[in-house]
Design a protein around this ligand. Structure first.
Ligand code: NDP
Ligand code: HSE
Length: 441
C-alpha cells in the first residue's frame, strides 16, 4: 500500500469529534477504498485542555495553531469543521493556494465568499469539496455538481434547516405555539444555544445560496437571497393551513426565470410557506431535511435524510475526504466551480408567489367589496375567500369577522403593496397574518 494521506483536522466539536471517531472505526475500510491509509497529522481546536471524553485519538495531536498545522509539509488535506467567516477563510485560502485539498462543512463561509475559496482552489490546482455544508448527510451537492451536469435544472425547493422543521412539525402536530416548540427543540438538542441563525432563516439562506450557485452555474451569495424566518408563524396560521389541507414549512426556493427583456434570471428565497399535504415536502417531519429538484430531462428528483447532527454530517465529510484522497493519489483534481451562466439575480418583488392573508375586519355591508377592490387595484386576482375562523365556527364575532383570502399567482411586490393598502383601511382592524402559498394548493 502507498504512503498515507495526511489530514489536518480543524475543529473537533459536534462534527469534528464524529469525524475522528469514524476515521478510527473505519480505518481499514477507508484505506482499502482509497488505496492508502488516512492519518491525522494534527487537530486544531480552541481549547487543547477541553475534556473530549473517550475520543479515540492521541492527545498530543491537538494544537491551537491552525495555520501552523496547515503549512506543515506533511499535510495533504485540510478538513475544516470550525465554522464562521474568519479566520476560516484565511486558513482555507492559504491551504488551497498551497495546493492542499480542502473539505469543509462551512456553509456560512461558502455562501458569504465562496468566490475566494474557488479562486484559491483554481490557483493552487486543488480540490474544494463541501458536501456537508448543505443538508448534512444527504448526498446532494455531488449529484448537482456531477450527476446532473448533463441536464438543465429549473427549480430547487427544499427544507434545509432541521431546527425550524422540527419546530414547525411540532406546531402542526400538537398545536403548540412557536415559543413552546422552540423550547422543546432546545431541550432535545436540535436548536443551538443561540438559535437566531436557524429561526431567522440565515442558516437556510446560506444553504440556498450554495444550492442555487451549483444548480444554475452562477455565483449566488447569501446577500442575494431573500430571507424571512419563522418567528412570526402563529398557532392560528398553522390551524388555518390545516383548514386548507396544507402545512407550513420553511422553504428554500431557487428558480430560473426571465426578466422583462427575455433574459434568463434566477430568484432565490427563504421564507415560511403553506404547501398542500400532497406535496412531496409536506411529509418531511421532525428535524429531517429534503430537497426537491426539477430538471428538464431527469424530471422530478427528491433527496431526503438527516440534515444535521455529528454523525450524519461526519458521513458527508468523510465521503469528501475519500474523494479528495483518491484524487490526490491519482494526481488529479475535480473540475473547478462552474459559474459560466452568470445569471442575474431577480429581486424578490418580481418573484411569482401566492398569498394566504388573514384579516380581522368590520362585519358590515360593503366590507368585502372594499377589500376586493384593493386586490383589484394592484392587479392581484383572488382565488378563494372564507369568512369565519379556521376549521369552521360562526362567521362573525359581534361587529368583527375573520376573513381569509388566498390569491392566484402574482408578483411579490404587487402582493406586498396590496397588504400595505389593506393595513391602512379603517374597516381592516388588523392583518393577522400573511403567508406565501407554494406548490399548487
Ligand atoms: P462546534 O461548535 O461543535 O465545534 C467547533 C470546533 O471548532 C470546536 O472543536 C472548537 O474548539 C473549534 N474552534 C472554534 N474556534 C476555533 C479557532 N479559532 N481555532 C481553532 N479551533 C476553533 O461546531 P459544529 O461541529 O457543530 O460545526 C462545525 C461546522 O460544521 C460549522 O461550519 C457548521 O456550520 C457545520 N455544520 C454543522 C452541522 C451540525 O449539525 N452541527 C451540520 C452541518 C454543517 P474547542 O473544541 O476547543 O471548543
Ligand atoms: N442548525 C442547522 C440545522 C444544522 O438545524 O439544520 C445543520 O446545518
Amino acid at each position: 500500500m502507498t504512503s498515507p494521506v495526511r489530514l489536518a483536522l480543524l475543529g473537533c466539536g459536534t462534527v469534528g469529534s464524529d469525524v475522528v471517531r469514524l476515521l478510527h472505526e473505519q480505518s481499514a475500510d477507508l484505506a482499502a477504498r482509497i488505496g492508502a491509509p488516512l492519518e491525522i497529522a494534527g487537530i486544531a481546536v480552541r481549547r487543547v485542555g477541553r475534556d473530549r471524553g473517550d475520543l479515540p485519538v492521541d492527545p498530543a495531536l491537538f494544537t491551537t495553531d491552525p495555520l501552523g498545522l496547515i503549512k506543515r509539509d506533511d499535510v495533504d488535506v485540510v478538513v475544516e469543521m470550525v465554522g464562521g467567516i474568519e479566520p476560516a477563510r484565511t486558513w482555507l485560502v492559504e491551504a488551497l493556494r498551497a495546493g492542499k485539498s480542502v473539505v469543509t462543512a462551512n456553509k456560512a463561509l461558502l455562501a458569504e465568499d465562496g468566490a475566494s475559496l474557488h479562486d484559491a482552489a483554481a490557483e493552487g490546482s486543488a480540490d474544494l469539496y463541501y458536501e456537508a455544508s448543505v443538508a448534512g448527510a444527504i448526498p446532494l451537492l455531488r449529484p448537482l455538481r456531477e450527476s446532473l451536469h448533463g441536464d438543465r435544472i429549473n427549480r430547487v425547493t427544499g427544507i434545509v434547516n432541521g431546527t425550524t422543521n422540527f419546530i414547525l412539525s411540532a406546531m402542526d402536530a400538537t398545536g403548540a405555539g412557536f415559543a413552546e416548540a422552540l423550547e422543546e427543540a432546545t431541550e432535545l438538542g436540535y436548536a443551538e444555544a443561540d438559535p437566531t441563525a436557524d429561526v431567522e432563516g440565515f442558516d437556510a439562506a446560506a444553504k440556498a445560496a450554495i444550492l442555487a450557485s451549483l444548480a444554475f452555474h452562477t455565483r449566488v451569495t447569501a446577500a442575494d437571497v431573500h430571507r424571512e424566518g419563522i418567528t412570526e408563524v402563529t398557532a392560528a396560521d398553522v390551524a388555518s393551513a390545516k383548514a386548507m389541507g396544507c402545512t407550513i414549512k420553511l422553504l428554500c426556493i431557487a428558480a430560473r426565470g426571465t426578466d422583462g427583456q427575455g433574459g434568463e434570471t434566477v430568484s432565490v428565497r427563504v421564507h415560511p410557506a403553506m404547501i398542500p399535504l400532497g406535496h412531496p415536502l409536506a411529509s418531511v417531519g421532525d428535524a429531517f431535511n429534503a430537497v426537491f429538484v426539477e430538471a428538464e430531462a431527469a424530471g422530478e428528483l427528491m433527496f431526503y435524510g438527516r440534515g444535521a447532527g455529528g454523525a450524519p454530517t461526519a458521513s458527508a465529510v468523510l465521503g469528501d475526504v475519500v474523494a479528495v484522497a483518491r484524487n490526490r493519489l491519482a494526481g488529479v483534481h475535480a473540475a473547478s466551480e462552474s459559474a459560466y451562466a452568470d445569471l442575474a439575480v431577480r429581486p424578490m418583488g418580481e418573484a411569482l408567489t401566492r398569498y394566504h392573508i388573514s384579516l380581522d375586519v368590520a362585519d358590515r355591508p360593503g366590507v368585502l367589496a372594499a377589500v376586493a377592490g384593493v386586490f383589484a387595484r394592484h392587479d392581484v386576482s383572488i382565488a378563494t375567500v372564507r369568512q369565519g375562523p379556521a376549521g369552521g365556527g360562526p362567521a362573525g364575532r359581534g361587529d368583527d369577522a375573520d376573513l381569509v383570502i388566498v390569491t392566484h399567482v402574482a408578483p411579490d411586490a404587487a402582493l406586498a403593496a396590496t397588504v400595505r393598502e389593506l393595513r391602512g383601511l379603517d374597516i381592516v382592524r388588523s392583518v393577522a397574518s400573511v403567508l406565501r402559498v407554494e406548490g399548487g394548493a
